[in-house]
Design a protein around this ligand. Structure first.
Ligand SMILES: [Zn+2]
Length: 341
């Protein structure tokens, strides 16, 4: 019985539907007139300004960590919007034609990059919006793997799995605070570039994030360095960058068993390996199902604890504007506690 649940983690879902080659709505064509347009087009420009709030009073972001960092930096100077529904798992999401047509009120979108936004390329082709890749200065980890999210869908009271096949690189850059800092810098620089009058304001806001993240990085570097056991086991292989930056060893549940039909023997080997590695905590994805983690934890006599991937936000996080820094710190502390035991 238990072993069946293991297969859930291993099973690969269906491919993504392609609805990304659609052109935006016709009225989008009006927005192509640039600021440098001829003077004799004054009237047209006026109309356009009121239509789409030229000089971008709004910017788009792709999902919660990028949204939250941009909000902190932009402060009251821009309205920060999210292209995706922030409460929805962001892997594997595809925009509709309407989503794309609705983008006309902004010229800019901050994305994570590293292959996270699988719709990015087609969006750039089919709209005028400029995508800013916030992970452009991050040294990416290679790794093409498929993995599955077990995700409770509370609204519809059923459980469904969905998978995403990553591209060439591990997309989860934002889960390491070092990367988050580099990504915040790209956001601050870009906002300063498009709105130079407020450069000091953006840089000041960035500096607060920088101070907080640097203090966190120093604190946990020191804590993790002293540990003997640096192994942690996760159901969602999303913490590769964090592991790299803090000298830790991420083991994903999927990597412990190699076949889809994990039989009793395979599972026993996986459990034994986890035991050998001194693992006493199985991390599962916050907001998702803990079923697989529970299964392994039962075998091991281990605990299960959620980690936050920030791939979707809860109502509470949205209502409180819970900061990127706070969510990352939670993960670091939970990882540390599990390994310090
Ligand atoms: Zn992920």
């Amino acid at each position: 019985m238990k072993y069946k649940k293991m297969a859930l983690v291993l099973a690969l879902g269906v491919g993504l539907s392609a609805c990304n080659n659609q052109k935006p709505a016709e009225n989008n064509a009006n927005t192509e007139v640039s600021q440098e347009a001829n003077n004799d087009k004054v009237d047209e420009k006026k109309v356009e300004k009121t239509n789409q709030n030229m000089e971008s009073t709004s910017v788009y972001t792709s999902f919660y960590p990028i949204y939250n960092l941009t909000k902190q930096i932009a402060g009251d100077k821009f309205e920060v919007k999210s292209f995706t529904n922030l409460k929805t798992e962001s892997h594997g999401w595809e925009p509709s034609a309407k989503d794309i047509a609705d983008l006309t009120d902004s010229q800019l979108m901050f994305i994570n990059g590293a292959g996270m936004e699988e719709w990015g390329e087609s969006l750039e082709e089919s709209s005028d919006i400029e995508l800013v890749n916030t992970s452009e200065n991050v040294e990416l980890i290679k790794g093409s793997h498929d993995h599955v999210h077990e995700h409770e869908d509370h609204d519809h009271a059923h459980e469904h799995d969905h998978s995403h096949s990553h591209g060439e690189f591990d997309p989860h850059t934002w889960l390491s605070p070092k990367n988050g800092l580099a990504q915040a810098k790209v956001i601050a620089d870009k906002l300063s570039e498009i709105d130079p009058a407020n450069k000091d304001y953006y840089m000041e806001n960035y500096k607060k994030i920088e101070d907080e993240l640097n203090a966190m990085i120093d604190e946990y570097k020191e804590k993790f360095e002293k540990l003997e056991n640096k192994n942690f086991l996760v159901s969602h292989q999303a913490f590769g960058y964090l592991a790299r930056d803090f000298g830790l060893n991420q083991i994903a549940l999927t990597s412990l068993t190699s076949t889809e039909d994990a039989d009793a023997k395979t599972l026993k080997e996986a459990v034994d390996e986890a035991k050998n590695l001194g693992i006493n905590t199985i991390f599962y994805e916050m907001g998702g199902s803990s079923k697989s983690a529970d299964t392994i934890a039962n075998e091991l006599g281990a605990n299960t604890v959620p980690l936050n991937t920030l791939e979707f936000a809860t109502d509470e996080e949205l209502n409180n504007d819970t900061t990127y820094q706070d969510l990352i710190k939670y993960n670091l502390e939970e990882l540390y506690k599990s390994m310090a035991k």
